[in-house]
Design a binder for this molecule. Structure first.
Ligand code: ADP
Ligand code: MG
Length: 618
């Protein structure tokens, strides 16, 4: 089942996510891993008092559950048989009290467990998100979003199920089983042993069922992952689907995975339709055994009637814990596998580590120095080779060169989104690896090729880098960025909500908002990676003007396609195959008659730049 529609973003799109989601669920884990359990239990520690409370309530409930059939026996043998109305009344009162107690302890225990459970769930998710934010871009490059999301959502949920319900249910069920066996043996060892002859049948049935159930439920999980994956792919590729009129084709592909999921669910459910009646049948069988053998013992005068009634009650209480325990096995297995994945994520160390004792980056002037820098994203291919470059405070450097040359990589190193493999990057003479990443990036601005807006209002998005900014600050930043005019024309102006992905604004408008965001943050160093690459010429002129305002008095690294941006640069670096091959001012580089001239002639003299081309040739 493999299909793909156009290009659906990085990492091979949701199709890969889908496959690996399915694989993750495919893993058959152990039901108990002491190491994982110990680390997960640590999340319960802050709630120890409540957990102990829930445990005590569980013990009480178990005791009361076991007591009720016993009271029935006492009522029948001790009061009814002896025609003692007074003690019958007392016993009935005691039984009523036992039921009320059972109700209260069970309710209290459920309340405590869900209280703790929801807190553990929230804490664990928060810890994961905190950690994900600390992880370097390198991690996010390599890991599929869908898989990370399934860790934060589903894995955390099964862990919660184990920690809050699973452990206590396990102990409670085992206690009930052991308690029932002991009480029955004490009341009548012979009848107890005869009744227990049904247990092997029950165990065999449970075993057969759970064997089939495991693969059936694995299939439902796998197929639901396919449905989610197909849906994600269809939604992401909707524009392409409609453009190529592939709706029907896509729909029939979706129908296939959807039906597979339906069949898997029916299959899994029909198993329980067989299993539950089987268990009921065994319950009836054991009742019959008690009635037959017990009844004969009573007629022979070996047993009392009360014991038989108590036995009948105990027998019905025997099956629920057995069923629960057979399901718990799966819960434990899933929670161990999920726990392992969550802990693995929490244990991932950022590829760009914080220094042991991170110093704060002092307020910077804006001198950037790349000193014999080598860099690679992965050990196989080196992307930058021996790059050296000094940018003085306030200077503007333009990086030009063919796609894949390494321009964005240089920009990434300046903000320390990645670490160099060899050499040093210094800001104001300070090695960027010695200061805290936050204190460094707080003083840097980034405007990238894909303007990213968060859901929220336009004003929220501009305010992103400086949440304390006043409305006037936001507006003046928008004015400087040429964004103000179009924003006030929006229906709700600055309060216009941004739709997910910012699609209710044009790409150019989004870019202007991003520039306003950078203006408001007022960084000393600004990195602009192809900020004008995907907009029309009119918007580009607006952006260009905004940029001129923005770049004034700052150190800037600008990666641009357009000559108008580059021409005024203090230094132009031509990057090719990860090396700086030419460096100088526009005129100097043209005079060199080398790579720049060649690039310039091929790339910059486009149909959209005739005037500038003419200007240059004068
Ligand atoms: N996140 C990444 N992981 C692995 N390789 C990458 C990554 N980003 C870029 N590369 C590779 O590094 C090289 C330089 O890319 P980049 O700096 O983005 O080029 P440019 O910005 O000049 O077009 C390319 O060969 C590209 O395939
Ligand atoms: Mg690039």
């Amino acid at each position: 089942m493999s299909f793909s529609i156009g290009s659906v973003g990085r990492s091979g799109g949701p199709n890969r996510a889908l496959r690996s989601l399915a694989n993750e669920n495919e893993k058959e884990g152990r039901a108990f891993d002491p190491h994982v359990t110990r680390r997960l239990l640590a999340f319960l520690r802050p709630h120890a008092v409540k957990m102990v409370g829930a445990f005590v309530l569980m013990l009480l409930a178990t005791g009361l559950t076991l007591a009720v059939p016993y009271l029935m026996k006492v009522a029948i043998d001790g009061a009814i048989a002896t025609k003692d109305a007074a003690s019958l009344g007392q016993i009935c009162l005691a039984m009523g009290a036992a039921f009320v107690g059972l109700y209260l302890t069970t309710a209290g225990q459920r309340y405590l467990l869900s209280w703790v459970g929801q807190r553990v769930l929230a804490t664990l998710r928060l810890r994961l998100v905190e950690h994900l934010q600390r992880l370097s871009l390198g991690y996010h490059d390599k890991n599929i979003i869908g898989v990370t999301i399934s860790r934060v959502i589903s894995d955390v949920a099964v862990i919660n199920e184990l920690l809050s319900q699973g452990l206590i249910t396990l102990v409670g069920d085992v206690l009930i089983l052991v308690g029932t066996v002991i009480v029955m043996l004490t009341m009548s060892p012979r009848l107890a042993l005869i009744t227990f002859s049904v247990i092997p049948l029950m165990l065999i049935a449970t075993r057969i069922f759970s064997g089939h159930a495991k693969s059936a439920f694995r299939e439902t999980r796998r197929s639901v992952a396919s449905v989610i994956g197909a849906l994600a792919e269809d939604l992401t590729g909707m524009r392409v689907i409609q453009a190529f009129a592939q709706e029907e084709e896509t729909q029939s592909r979706f129908a296939t995975v959807n039906e597979a999921n339906r069949d898997a669910n029916v299959q899994a459910m029909s198993l329980s339709f067989v299993f539950l009646p089987t268990m009921d049948f065994l319950g009836v069988l054991s009742t019959a055994v008690v009635l037959w053998f017990g009844g004969r013992a009573v007629t022979a005068g070996d047993l009392t009637l009360g014991i038989i009634v108590a036995f009948l009650a105990y027998v019905t209480r025997f099956f629920q814990p057995v069923q629960e325990l057979s399901q718990l096995y799966t819960t434990f297995q899933q929670a161990m596998a999920g726990g392992e994945r969550v802990l693995e994520l929490l244990d991932t160390v950022p590829e760009v580590p914080e220094p042991e004792t991170p110093a704060e980056m002092p307020p910077i002037d804006g001198r950037i120095e790349l000193d014999r820098v080598y860099f690679s994203y992965n050990p196989e291919t080196e992307v930058l080779h021996d790059v050296s470059l000094v940018i003085q405070p306030g200077q503007m450097v333009a990086l030009v060169g063919p796609t894949g040359a390494g321009k964005s990589s240089i920009a990434n190193l300046v903000g320390r989104y990645y670490d160099v493999t060899d050499g040093t990057v210094r800001i104001d003479g300070i090695d960027v690896r010695t200061v805290s990443q936050q204190s460094l990036r707080r003083q840097m601005g980034l405007v990238s090729q894909e303007p990213f807006l968060f859901p929220g209002t336009v004003a929220d998005n501009i305010r992103f880098g400086r949440p304390s900014a006043s409305q006037e600050d936001v507006e003046s930043a928008a004015r400087m960025s040429n964004a103000h005019e179009f924003i006030v024309d929006l229906v709700n102006g600055y309060e216009t909500p941004i739709v997910e992905g910012g699609v209710n604004l044009s790409v150019g408008q989004r870019q202007l908002v991003c520039i306003a965001r950078a203006v408001l943050a007022d960084p000393r160093i600004l990195v602009m990676d192809e900020a004008t690459a995907s907009v029309d010429t009119v918007t580009e002129a607006l952006i260009q003007e905004a940029l001129d305002n923005l770049l004034k008095g700052r150190t800037s690294v600008v990666i641009a396609h357009r000559l108008s941006t580059i021409r005024n640069a203090d230094i132009i670096c031509v990057i090719q195959d990860g090396k700086i091959v030419e460096k100088g001012k526009h005129g100097e580089l043209l005079a060199l008659d080398g790579v720049y001239k060649n690039l310039y002639e091929r790339q910059f003299i486009g149909a959209d730049e005739p005037v500038e081309a003419a200007e240059i040739s004068q």
